[in-house]
Design a protein around this ligand. Structure first.
Ligand code: TRP
Ligand code: ZN
Length: 877
């Protein structure tokens, strides 16, 4: 461990800034070896601060070298400033002044990918959350909002495109013959929304006419060889702009909106004002190189970043504890957008499945935190599934409680009231309350309480009085630093299903209905339904109306009934999942006891009925057919045994496959798309069902299926089908697997994003010496340690590779720990994220648990970044 352990900062210690920066003027003299940044900051004391001090403390980074600093033109001598950690302290300042600061940075040596850095041949920035301080000294906090003017100077031969936020206002030639371009952004913004890009880029131009009739110029920039892959992103952008006008009444504000794709990027994308920067994996799409899933991701991320222009930029966060204010809300908005573009139910199932697999695991682990954390050591560690996905669920619950119209009234008030401000989650809820005249004070506990609540539901039916009662108990397990939990306000959407598979009408609180949202707000409550004609099967938590774990003792027959008859499509999927989890749980126990695996056939019956129903959306059928993932089964396991989980899944899959082999073959043949590739809901649905069917058909052991898979690989004209076939060939270890993998690489070696798919699949392949393959991949000429996508591909692939990663000799965990230690020196954000699998050590079966813990302890002995230190120390606490 480092000598001096990094300290946590606390929400309760928040204070307004002592100084404000009204205007920020920046000049970047870009160069391959050294870049000079000159800032002119128009600073004054903050009248709202009770700390009236003349000492100015500016944030900086160890990679920023100060050349000179001046106040109102007077260059400060050494005695008038000092450095304290990475901060620049100026001992005395006037009430208001212009601070000029000249700094030297080396973007070419910036491997952290925050601040100004190089990706391929371009310069680009990433400033959220605290990257701006790696560019120059500044008040790098989101409640300091400033009007930015940025001048970029560079050699126009190498960097013909020079971009920053806002509008281009000037362009010319310097005395040294370089080109300069000046950008001005009229909207006040925090430094985390600053962006700069310079490079030799191609552009796709388009326009959008806003609802008030203004024409906005739209531009997407990429390196030359990728410009043919941005049409879909442009189309997604225009649809997002229209949707935000129609659904939220939000119009775009600048005259130009730009997006740039970069290859080296820590996250998905960034909503910088007027100049979004994207990981190329979230922007580029073409039928030949991009799967359906990746198309949907491009659409969702383009929308997400665009929506931030209001939920994040026009109204921003006061401090980073409020991160979910912008992220939870914006994820909710992009989820709703995607649902409107495609299918509601399909989108909901995908989102919930993701949440229950990943966020629930986080909430049950050592890093558990509320959507508004009370403290953190390193904010980069809090761009989490909890902040994003659970945050979106909390906003969705408000939407459920207030209804579509009430929610819109609330969001209108929020945007109006706080336009141009940096605000808190409380302000958001307050606007929702004020616009609707409701009291959400108990509901607000969702913001401060971590952990996934568990609802236990029991029921009682009285034939004589035709009353049906549901008793609901809620309980939230303890999480780090939160031993006791309060009762939450939880909306639980419920319907009743009758024996004829029809919705059963009832009277609830005097009103007749067939669906109701129960207001659960106490530790235990009973809800009474009257005029219920027969003993119903309860359909609980429809549409996943709250992010909770629900426990009701369904019989297998009841689950089968809901699976085929619940009018709520989401709960049909939910019932199928529960049935599968029950069967798999039994199989996992058998596998652990080294017994012969045997299972009953209920799921087969259910699937048979499902496949007979030709009215269903093929995408829903595919989702229902998908067995709970390895990761989800781990999440619901008391103690995680990855080897037993793998064996159980394989067994159940084979049993189902053999029982329904002709059905799967039929599905495979019936769901071929004859038309040219389109990323449309209809085609995506068919491909997903076809490829799901192929997996089962192969699992039956059929030779015909093997031939079909190889044929599909060779004939595919789109990446979805090509990769699905390759994936099958590899996972079912077909004799052609090696040949096809090699051919795939050969064909796509010049398409970086496709190579990443190859890296991932190769690393995930279960083989005798799987770990050696992974090690070799990291030496492959197409691998690049600088590129987070490639790292995620290989390490992510390894994570799915049960025999290599969870090897009982501990070699998989040791290898991961080696990579974390190595990478922490280069890119702490990425290193910290790679720790996630090890943080689950306490939930693993003892043999694996000890091995994981040992590796965490080994990491803890190193001199670590704040990022990795926080995750590792909390995991071992
Ligand atoms: N605000 C970005 C989003 O849209 C998140 C993000 C992008 C980010 N890059 C980052 C966060 C780098 C931390 C570090 O969700
Ligand atoms: Zn976001």
């Amino acid at each position: 461990m480092a000598e001096q352990q990094p300290a946590a900062i606390y929400l309760k210690d928040y204070q307004v800034p002592n100084f404000l920066i009204d205007k920020t003027e920046l000049t970047f003299d870009l160069d391959e070896t050294q870049t000079i940044v000159t800032s002119r900051l128009h600073i004054r004391r903050n009248p709202d601060s009770d700390q009236q001090t003349s000492a100015l403390v500016l944030d900086g980074g160890e990679d920023v070298t100060l050349i000179a600093v001046a106040i109102d033109g007077y260059t400060l001598p050494k005695e008038e400033y000092r450095f304290q950690d990475d901060k620049l302290v100026i001992t005395a300042t006037p009430e208001s002044f212009v601070l000029t600061c000249e700094t030297l940075i080396e973007p070419q040596n910036n491997t952290r990918l925050e601040g100004l850095y190089r990706s391929s041949s371009m310069f680009c920035t990433q400033c959220e959350a605290e990257g701006f301080r790696h560019i120059t000294y500044y008040l790098d906090r989101p409640d300091v909002m400033s009007v930015f003017t940025t001048t970029i100077i560079a050699d126009a031969n190498r960097y013909p495109v020079m971009l920053s936020n806002g509008n281009e206002v000037e362009r010319g030639t310097t005395e040294e013959g370089k080109t300069f371009v000046t950008w001005h952004d009229p909207f006040k913004k925090p430094a985390y929304l600053f962006a700069l890009v310079a490079g030799n880029l191609e552009v796709l131009n388009d326009t959008f006419t806003t609802m008030s009739g203004r024409e906005v110029k739209l531009q997407i920039f990429t390196e030359q060889h990728n410009i043919d892959k941005v049409d879909f992103a442009m189309d997604s952008l225009k649809r997002s702009m229209k949707w935000d006008e129609e659904v939220y009444g939000r119009e775009y504000d600048l005259d130009i909106f730009m997006i740039v794709a970069v290859d080296d990027f820590n996250m998905g994308a960034m909503e910088n004002k007027g100049l979004n920067i994207f990981n190329s994996s979230c922007l580029l799409a073409s039928p030949e190189t991009t799967t359906d899933d990746a198309y949907l991701r491009v659409e969702a991320v383009v929308a997400h970043e665009y929506f931030h222009n209001w939920s994040g930029n026009r109204v921003t966060c006061r401090d980073w504890f409020q991160l979910s204010l912008k992220e939870g809300f914006t994820v909710f908005r992009d989820q709703s957008f995607s649902a409107d573009m495609h299918s509601d139910v399909v989108k909901r199932v995908e989102d919930v499945s993701f949440l229950k697999t990943t966020q629930f695991a986080e909430d049950a682990g050592p890093m558990a935190h509320p959507i508004r954390p009370a403290s953190f050591i390193e904010i980069s560690n809090f761009y989490t599934l909890t902040i994003y996905e659970k945050g979106a669920e909390v906003v969705r619950m408000i939407h459920t409680l207030l209804g579509e119209e009430g929610f819109r009234k609330g969001s209108d008030l929020y945007f109006e009231r706080h336009d141009g401000q940096a605000v808190t989650c409380d302000d958001f809820v307050q606007a929702m309350e004020d616009a609707n005249g409701v009291d959400l004070s108990q509901f607000k506990r969702w913001y401060s309480q971590a952990g996934t609540p568990r609802l236990t539901v029991t029921d009682q039916y009285d034939q004589a009085t035709q009353t049906y009662q549901l008793t609901i108990k809620q309980e939230t397990p303890a999480t780090p630093n939160q031993p006791t939990k309060l009762a939450l306000h939880i909306p639980v959407k419920v319907g009743l299903v009758g024996s004829d598979n029809q919705a059963l009408a009832f009277t609830y609180e005097g009103e007749q209905s067939d669906e109701v949202v129960l207001q659960v707000n106490d530790h235990e409550q009973t809800f009474v339904f009257e005029n219920v004609a027969e003993l119903p099967v309860p359909s609980l938590l429809r549409g996943f109306s709250a992010p909770v774990k629900l426990q009701y003792d369904y019989s297998t027959e009841q689950l089968l009934q809901l699976m085929s008859g619940d009018p709520d499509g989401f709960n049909r999927w939910s019932a199928a999942q529960e049935l599968a989890v029950n069967e798999l749980t039994a199989l996992i126990v058998q596998a652990q006891k080294k017994q012969a695996l045997s299972t009953d056939t209920h799921l087969i019956e259910g699937f048979k009925a499902l496949l007979a129903d030709k009215t269903l959306d093929p995408a829903m059928v595919a989702l229902i057919l998908a067995l709970p993932s390895q990761a989800y089964l781990a999440e619901v396991s008391e103690q995680i045994d990855p080897h037993a989980i793998k064996a159980a899944r394989k067994h159940l899959r084979e049993v189902i496959a053999k029982a329904l082999v002709s059905e799967f073959k039929g599905l495979y043949q019936d769901n071929t798309v004859a038309q040219a590739y389109q990323p449309s809901a209809e085609q995506i649905a068919k491909r997903s069902l076809k490829n799901a069917a192929l997996g089962y058909w192969l699992a039956s052991g059929s030779d015909e299926a093997k031939a079909a898979a190889v044929r599909q690989y060779r004939q595919a004209d789109n990446m979805t089908d090509q990769f699905a076939a390759l994936n099958c060939a590899v996972h079912f270890d077909l004799p052609e697997a090696d040949e096809l993998l090699a051919a795939f690489f050969e064909q796509w070696q010049h398409e970086a994003l496709v190579v990443n798919k190859w890296l991932m699949l190769s690393a995930a392949r279960e083989q005798e010496q799987g770990l050696d393959t992974v090690k070799a991949l990291m030496q492959h000429p197409n691998f690049d340690i600088k590129n987070p996508n490639k790292l995620r591909a290989v390490i992510g692939g390894l994570g799915q590779n049960v025999s290599a990663f969870h090897n009982l000799d501990g070699s998989g965990y040791a290898f991961l720990a080696d990579q974390i230690i190595l990478l922490d020196k280069r890119n702490p954000q990425i290193a910290s994220r790679l720790c996630t699998p090890l943080t689950r050590w306490q939930r693993m079966v003892p043999a694996l648990s000890e091995l994981m813990k040992g590796q965490l302890e080994r990491i803890a002995q190193q001199d670590l970044s704040k990022d990795v230190y926080e995750v590792v120390s909390k995991s071992l606490a």
